[in-house]
Ligand binder design. Structure first.
Ligand code: G3H
Ligand code: ZN
Length: 289
């Protein structure tokens, strides 16, 4: 199967009442686990290489793993740099034909627009896609604590889309990276207002630990790509803890890593099933917000 750009994948599969699932992958076992689940469920998938994880797995190595998995896949795959910030890493990804998410959300609006537009132009000249972020998503990857950053403003989102030429927009509507603290309520009125002004695919980061009902509503109100990281990492770690607590402790890599990879498959499968859009039709019309 050929490798899709983010724009092509979302254009073809991120349609009404359906979001494409996107997963952070860190090594061969994560990549294999995500691909196994996506192929068994027969859905397209995005493999995300987080810039922060490149300290552990060099870009060329993890990109080669993802590209090999994508080429041998029975389902459409996009490979995406996630939360890209370093100019060198972004340019290397573009050279390798990898779509990028540029994260300028910490910058003042004008600088974010300027830099995002620069990378959008560069990405398109390399025939790949670009996702960017407006408003800040707290926790985890961004290392920013909650309540200190603004949610995405609908009018600014329209300007950001128009002046940057991006292919997909990551928004902040109460979503956060990592585990949520307390009750989770996304701001669906804000999502609806953004959707009315922005006609490119909207992306929800921080998909882990979100109740199924919130994911359902997010998709109904226009989210077309959902990012998942933490829940899959947690499943992997729990499986490893369980296998290493056995007595005698298994030490063969295959004995240790097989259950971890299976845990990735199971967790990814759950996310795919939640995000697939089954059984949701009609609830927006019924006035859920
Ligand atoms: O960019 C990656 C995602 O937003 C992952 O978020 O770890 O909260 O699922 P999560
Ligand atoms: Zn994210």
């Amino acid at each position: 199967m050929s490798i899709y750009t983010l724009a092509a994948l979302l254009d073809k599969f991120g349609h009404e009442n359906h979001a494409v699932c996107s997963f952070n992958v860190y090594n061969m076992e994560f990549t294999q686990g995500v691909m196994q689940a996506a192929q068994e469920e027969n859905v397209p998938v995005v493999l995300m290489i987080s810039e922060l994880a490149l300290e552990f797995t060099p870009l060329e190595m993890i990109a080669t793993i993802c590209q090999t998995a994508a080429r041998n896949s029975t389902v459409p795959v996009c490979i995406l740099l996630d939360h890209g910030n370093s100019s060198a890493v972004i340019q290397e990804c573009l050279r390798m034909g990898i779509s990028v998410m540029f994260d300028g959300s910490n910058l003042p609006l004008e600088e974010n627009i300027q830099l995002t537009a620069y990378y959008a132009d560069l990405a398109h000249r390399h025939h790949v896609s670009i996702e960017a972020e407006l408003g800040s998503i707290s926790g985890g990857e961004s290392q920013i604590e909650s309540n200190t950053r603004p949610f995405t403003d609908p009018a600014e989102a329209e300007r950001f889309m128009r002046e940057t030429g991006i292919d997909a927009l990551a928004i902040s509507i109460g979503n956060r990276h990592g585990f949520y603290k307390g009750k989770t309520e996304l701001d669906f009125s804000r999502l609806k207002a953004i959707r009315e002004k922005v006609d490119i695919p909207l992306v929800l980061h921080g998909g882990s630990d979100l109740p199924e009902s919130q994911i359902n509503l997010a998709i109904e109100y226009g989210i077309r790509k959902i990012n998942f990281g933490t829940d899959v990492k947690f499943a992997f770690a729990q499986a490893m803890k369980q296998v290493l607590s056995q007595d005698p402790m298994p030490f063969q890599p295959i004995q240790i890593l097989s259950p971890c990879r299976n845990a990735v498959v199971e967790e990814v499968r759950k996310k795919i099933r939640i995000s697939r859009g089954e059984g949701r039709a009609g609830r927006v019309a019924a006035g859920a917000v």
